[in-house]
Design a protein around this ligand. Sequence first.
Ligand code: GLA
Length: 401
Amino acid sequence: MTRSSERNRERARRGLISFEDVFGSADHVSVVRAPGRVNLIGDHTDYNDGFVLPMTIDRCAYVAARARRDDEVVLYSTHFREEVRYPLPGMPETRAGSWTSYACGVIEELRLAGALTSGVDMVVDGDIPLGAGLSSSAALNVGVAHALDVVFDLELDPVETARLCRTVEHRYARLACGIMDPFVSRLGRAGAALLLDCRSLEYEHIPFAPSAAHLSVVIVDSRVSRALASSRYGDRREECRRAVADVRTAMPDVQSLRDVTPDMLAACRPAMDDRIYRRARHVLDENARVRKAADALRDRRFVQFGALMNASHASLRDLFEVSSPELDTLVTAAQQTEGVLGARMTGGGFGGCTVNLVRTPSVEALKESLRASYRKAYGRSPDFYLVERNDQTETLIDGRS
Ligand code: GLA
């Protein structure tokens, strides 16, 4: 048995045991998982109709579920040791951003779509660090949606599932995020990064097996929670809207920053506030970098890929201004370490994680150097997650059979 199928069995077994602990029996229970993600390049482009290049990671949300004979919904989180119970139709009041706002939000959206034929018993679990910017919430949404898909035999379209999960973030968690996180959690594939055009939702799986090239993807967690960053995320979205409005005064056909070329932006610059210009500039350049990075990945030109990651960080720091002193410390120290091809902040920013593409023999040296620099500057160590493989949304046990 391979290590990964062993791990799947162990996880599936854990899912069943937790379910049995909560509900007394685990007969006919289905268990699914949905992975978190790390974005290799392309940040703050998704909500500007641009390009992103994330990959899933080997940390996941796990959901065990079974249909009920009545209209009750009973949900249990092993992490929070919390149960919610309510009758359909409707859903309880939830705190925006809480695990219940996600789980109940997905159930409610599917109910409104006419997809649920009864209530459900469900246990959610997972090993994605919360609030670290690795999309634990998108994975939870996708995991709950996929579990209901299996339990009620819905045959949901994966792209529609990703859209539904984004709607849940907007409506129930009140976070105006883009499509990247649920999309890659649902459609990302093991052994590949995912190039996504966030306007057309066309996508391509680009084979990426770092270990075959003696490379490692190392995620470094600054341990500065992203939870408080949502208002600044909203500010950036607003600034991008302003940039579009500014360009439109001269060029009315422009719908989003995706329609703006560097020449058009240069022409509008004199009439733009410098801050708004810099935000737009980042988005245009970052889109170009993602496309180059995708080409580099296809051709296995990893040194060039790393250089693009470095350039992306500089732009997020200087033009888009979503980095933080902690992230900059981690990125600078990584970029100065022998064997590191590229390092950048990843995700929304203002905290969370960096992503590093490293020659495998240099991984220990990288960890040492980051521990030392971080301890010197902030008196503590960052956390490290080595992406050993990347998982995909999967049914581990189909309880209907
Ligand atoms: C967060 C959001 C994503 C995306 C990134 C920045 O992770 O959830 O939709 O906007 O920030 O690239």
